[in-house]
Design a protein around this ligand. Structure first.
Ligand code: NAD
Length: 476
C-alpha cells in the first residue's frame, strides 16, 4: 500500500491504518522510493525561507475568499488524518495517548479561528474616514514543541495563513516526522484549492543551527515560539518581534465551598488528559484542610488515582527527576508516560487504567514546584483560602500562564483570579475548558503568556495599519 494519507470520508481498518502510519514514517525518514514528494519540506533552512517568501507574495494578491477555502480544506485534511497524526506522534515521541491526541486534532480542526476573527476599527466623522486595517507580518518563523507537534503546526498554520502570512517551521527534533507530515497536509490542501505551494514550510532535519538561521534571517518578520523556558529566552533576546508561548505550572485550588466530588473528577480528567502534556493542565492541587480528605477520597474511589506515601514519594522523585550540578531536570523518559509505567519504574504494580499518581506534600517539594508533564499530582493542604491563594501564586512561579479553581464563592474566585493574573483561569471545570474543549471560546495551542498576547489566533498574527481618508468618504 503506497497510500500515506486519507481523504475526507475515506474509511480504513486498523491494519490498513497501521500500514499508512508506517508508510508516512518511512517516507519522512527518506527511505521510501518516493520520499521526496512531501510538500513544503526542504533540506536547507535558507531555501525554505526563500520559498516561503515567494509564496507570501502570491498569497497576498489573492482574495480573502481564497484564504478561507484553503483553511476549510486544511480542516478537512486534519479530520481525515487525525488518527494517523495521533498514532504518529505517540510512536515518534513515546509521549501521550492516541485517543486524547485524536480529540486534540478534532479541536484544532473545528475551533481554530480563520479570517473571521480579523476585525477592523473605524472612525467616521467631519474630518473623513479612518480605518485600522489588519495586514500580515510577512514570513513568520515558528518553533513548535514535542508535546503537541502537529496540533501546533495546524493551529499556527491556520491562524498565520488566515492573516496573510506564510510560515517557516523549525520543529522539535524529537517530533519532526509528525510535524512535517502536518506541514505536508497544509500544502496538499493549498495545492488542491489553487495550485499554491509552500504556504507552510519546514526542514527535514531541524537543529539548533537551523533554528539560529531562522532567528537571524532578514526575511523573517515575526518569531512565534511554543515551548519551554530555553526557547522563550532565545526569542526574547532575538532582536526581532517575538511571541513567546512558554511553560506554565498551573495550580488548581479547591476551597471548602466547592462541589468536592465534581472537583475531584474534573481535576483528574484535566491532569490526566494526554498524560499531563498540555501546558494548561493541572500540575498540582492546593486544597483547604477542611475538605482535603474528601477530595482525596473521591480521587481514589471514583477516578482511578493511585496514592503514594512516605518513602515511595522519594523513590518517585529520584526516578522522574535527574540531579546535575545541584540542579534538577526532568527525566525525559517519563514525560507524558502512563501513570502505570511510572509506577512500575518505582516497583509498584498498578492497573493499566490508572489515570494519575497522587501524594501529599509541602509547597517546597520539587515534584510540586517543577512542571513535570507527567500524570503526577502533588496535593498541598492549606488552612484556608487565603493561604491557598498565596501558595498558588508561589507555585505558578510568575509564568502567568494558567490557574484553575473549584469554588462556589464568587469572592474567593475573584480574589484568586486577581492574585494569579494568568492568561487562562478556569473555574469549576477541567483545565482543557480553557482552550475551548468543553468550554466556550476558540481554541489555540500557542498561549503567549510571556509576551502578553495570551491565546493567539489569526488576529495576533497581523500588524495594525491606520488608513486615513481626509475630508471625504463620510456620508453622515
Ligand atoms: P522544549 O522547550 O524542549 O522545545 C520546544 C521547541 O523549542 C523545540 O522546537 C526545541 O527544538 C526548541 N528549543 C528549545 N530550546 C532551544 C534553544 N535553546 N534554542 C533554539 N531552540 C530551542 O519543549 P517541549 O518539551 O517540546 O514542550 C514542552 C514545553 O512547552 C513545556 O514547558 C510546555 O509548558 C511548553 N508549552 C507551552 C505552550 C503554550 O502555549 N504556552 C504550549 C505547548 C507547550
Amino acid at each position: 500500500m503506497e497510500q500515506d494519507y486519507l481523504e475526507e470520508g475515506e474509511e480504513v481498518n486498523d491494519a490498513q491504518l497501521k500500514e499508512i502510519v508506517a508508510n508516512v514514517v518511512m517516507k519522512m525518514n527518506g527511505i521510501a522510493p518516493n520520499s521526496n514528494h512531501h510538500l513544503g519540506i526542504f533540506e536547507d533552512m535558507n531555501e525554505a525561507i526563500a520559498a516561503a517568501k515567494v509564496a507570501q507574495k502570491k498569497l497576498r494578491q489573492m482574495p480573502l475568499e481564497t484564504r478561507d477555502q484553503i483553511i476549510d480544506k486544511i480542516r478537512e485534511k486534519i479530520m481525515a488524518n487525525k488518527e494517523i497524526l495521533a498514532r504518529m506522534a505517540v510512536e515518534e515521541t513515546g509521549m501521550g495517548k492516541v485517543g486524547h491526541k485524536i480529540l486534540k486534532h478534532e479541536l484544532v480542526a473545528k475551533k481554530t479561528p480563520g479570517t473571521e476573527c480579523i476585525k477592523i476599527d473605524a472612525w467616521s466623522g467631519d474630518q473623513g474616514l479612518t480605518l485600522v486595517e489588519r495586514g500580515p507580518y510577512g514570513v513568520i518563523g515558528a518553533i513548535t514543541p514535542s508535546t503537541n507537534p502537529s496540533e501546533t503546526v495546524f493551529c499556527n498554520g491556520i491562524g498565520m495563513i488566515a492573516a496573510g502570512n506564510t510560515v517557516v517551521f523549525n520543529p522539535h527534533p524529537g517530533a519532526t516526522k509528525t510535524a512535517n507530515f502536518a506541514v505536508n497536509l497544509i500544502n496538499e490542501a493549498a495545492k488542491e484549492v489553487g495550485e499554491f505551494e509552500n504556504l507552510a514550510v519546514s526542514i527535514r532535519k531541524p537543529t539548533l543551527e537551523s533554528g539560529d538561521i531562522l532567528f537571524k534571517h532578514p526575511d523573517i518578520d515575526l518569531l512565534v515560539a511554543t515551548g519551554g523556558p530555553g526557547i522563550v529566552k532565545v526569542i526574547l533576546q532575538s532582536g526581532k518581534k517575538g511571541m513567546a508561548a512558554g511553560a506554565g505550572n498551573p495550580p488548581v485550588l479547591v476551597d471548602e465551598t466547592a462541589n468536592i466530588r465534581k472537583a475531584a473528577e474534573d481535576i483528574v480528567n484535566g491532569a490526566s488528559f494526554d498524560n499531563n502534556l498540555p501546558c494548561i493542565a493541572e500540575k498540582e492541587v492546593i486544597v483547604v484542610d477542611e475538605v482535603a480528605d474528601e477530595l482525596i477520597y473521591y480521587m481514589l474511589s471514583e477516578n482511578d488515582c493511585y496514592m503514594l506515601r512516605g518513602e515511595e514519594i522519594n523513590r518517585l522523585a529520584n526516578t522522574v527527576l535527574i540531579e546535575k550540578n545541584g540542579k534538577y531536570m526532568l527525566n525525559r523518559d517519563f514525560v507524558g508516560r502512563d501513570a502505570s509505567v511510572i509506577l512500575k519504574a518505582i516497583g509498584i504494580d498498578a492497573p493499566e487504567q490508572t489515570k494519575c499518581i497522587i501524594f501529599e506534600g509541602c509547597k517546597e517539594n520539587l515534584l510540586i514546584k517543577e512542571e513535570l508533564m507527567m500524570p503526577i499530582l502533588g496535593i498541598v493542604r492549606v488552612k484556608d483560602v487565603d493561604e491557598g491563594i498565596e501558595t498558588a501564586v508561589l507555585l505558578e512561579g510568575g509564568n502567568r500562564h494558567s490557574a484553575h479553581m473549584h469554588s462556589s464563592n464568587v469572592n474567593n474566585l475573584t480574589k484568586y483570579g486577581k492574585a494569579l493574573d494568568t492568561a487562562i483561569f478556569v473555574k469549576n471545570a477541567p483545565s482543557y475548558a480553557g482552550i475551548g474543549f468543553g468550554g466556550e471560546g476558540f481554541t489555540t495551542f500557542t498561549i503567549a503568556s510571556k509576551t502578553g498576547e495570551g491565546l493567539t489566533n489569526a488576529l495576533s498574527f497581523t500588524r495594525a495599519r491606520r488608513c486615513v481618508m481626509s475630508n471625504a468618504l463620510y456620508i453622515r
